[in-house]
Design a protein around this ligand. Sequence first.
Ligand code: GAF
Length: 379
Amino acid sequence: MIEKHIFSNQLKTDLTVTSPGRINIIGEHTDYNNGYVLPAAIDKTITFKLGKNGTEKTCRVYSEGYGDMLEFELDSITKKQDGWENYILGVLHEISQRTDKLKGFDCTIESHLPTGSGVSSSAALECGLAYGLNALFELGLKKWDIIKLSQTAEHDFVGTKCGIMDQFASVMGKKDHVMLLDCMTLDFKYIPIDIAPYRILLLNTNITHNLVSSEYNIRRRQCEKGLGILQNKFGDGITFRNMTKSLLDQCKKELGKTIYNRCSYVIEENARVLKAVEALKNKDLEKFGQLLYKTHEGLRYKYQVSCPELDFLVDFSKDWNEVLGARMVGGGFGGCTLNIVHVNALDNFIDEIRKAYKKQFSLELTHFITVPSNGTAFL
Ligand code: GAF
């Protein structure tokens, strides 16, 4: 692998792809537990300009954000120590496993998504690249192939044993809709979301703890262990979806306190997703908001993936009648909270919470208001 400094304006462009980040309304850490999730793509994206460069295997990828130019040969792709390049290299590796149609290409990446903020810039990066190369070289990949190969790329090259939600949301997003995905069967349906006069506000703590990936993988292993114990006792048919609290309680001792809490959270969160869908359908926004608060509580105390900065923002919001609900989004340990805020109170709320956050942590709070948007597409 060689990194060279070539002028980015020399790179070829034949097509442009835009690939969104995602929010998750509810259903956190349930995807890799074969549960339900309710994500949406957002109106913040990464743009890819892609072109064939006429070579057999030379690839040049320029990231405008990092100001980095990466040049390498398709037949010598290896994982780097860390960094954004692994998302790219992982996707190329996965595509090369499936087809030999991929040839040398140029790519310029421009990101409008904050990284490490729980809105999945990683899935946007993986899926946007795969989507663009699929069209450029007529690889014949279907949307689900793109979703799955991007997930595998993240497992093998980045090392996060993520679920399927982020890649799914980035590719399949639909304007003004959330998606109820059953991560066991991969069946999904689009659900219209109309929360007017409320808005979806993302508050960014601007901290990313470097434990995200390692703790994430630990949570996944704990749940697998818990499920194994439960299946041993009640049979292979037991899942986190048909498990009741009383069955779980029968295994309290074998599970131990930590794993018991992890399992308990997953069971409750699956049920909350379905309740939230009902609440949205009935336009019961008060109930919808309360479910978000409950999810945060579960993530904070039982699943233990929150952090003081996220908790502070959620707690602060509880004193505002104009905020229906708030919770951390994504893997946790930093990133954003998602808040359902009345349009008339937005400016005031943002102003007050920003000041309070700065006072408490000496950190800048940034924000954006978002709407469910379309998935990866050509520009
Ligand atoms: C990260 C992962 F990539 C997702 O698969 C999901 O597990 C999420 O954390 C937590 O719900 O974004």
